[in-house]
Design a protein around this ligand. Sequence first.
Ligand code: NAD
Length: 254
Amino acid sequence: MGVFALTGGATGIGAALKGQLLAQGEEVISVDIREGDIVADLSTTEGRQAAVDGIRERAPEGLDGFIPCAGLPPVARPLSLIASVNYFAVVDTVAGLRDLIALKRGSVVIVSSNSAPMASAGDPFVQACLAGDEAAARAEVETRDGHTAYAGSKRAITMWMRRNVVDYAAAGVRLNAVAPGITMTPLAEQVFADAELGQAMKDFGEMTPWGGTAQPDQIASVIRFLLGPDAGFVCGAVYFVDGGTDAMLRNDDF
Ligand code: NAD
């Protein structure tokens, strides 16, 4: 059986994925700020290093897959935390584990969002992320709003994934992303409860062509597919799991 590591395994999509992988007999190393095999704050460089070191120690023979799932919602404050956790922690942990994943020709599934296309590629916050300048990205995002911080962080990490597909493939690592729509997790509950964004988010959920919102297991099962042998030639894909919302909003763009 395989060895997988993930961040954000304490609740929501990460916890559902951990449960599914364990149920199919895989070994799972879970990193989270709350609880897990490795407790680390991924908003800091020290926490990211502790996560990478802890995973290396537990999987010296390599990883079949890595899923940097930890993320913060648009209502998280300060906004700079969203930049650090949703973008920089993902890049640093994926890069820090790259050789370990390559040992097993493993794969990475980035957890994007169907909000990613709502931020423009040229947005200064997105550009500061892609330039790898965490201080500049954190400063820029503090002048913006929660939606831009969240969608921008997901836009940037998805562009980072696509830009790195060739290089990682040459090294023996398959990169893909899943882009969920609203999924009923503690993160979504925080947004629903927010005075400013809650109603807009509920209205957005009601527009879903297939109806309703996702359950964490419906996102986790697609991540599990992308990690596994049945998706062995899927490389560089952004897989929307959002009940048709992205297709509704951007039907000619894919
Ligand atoms: P969640 O809040 O249930 O889970 C997020 C996990 O990340 C938590 O266990 C939390 O403790 C952990 N985490 C947060 N900050 C951390 C830090 N600094 N260091 C380490 N761990 C930290 O949320 P979720 O909905 O399961 O989100 C999982 C991923 O899915 C996120 O990247 C999120 O952006 C993405 N996503 C969620 C939705 C949704 O509607 N729920 C939609 C699109 C994308």
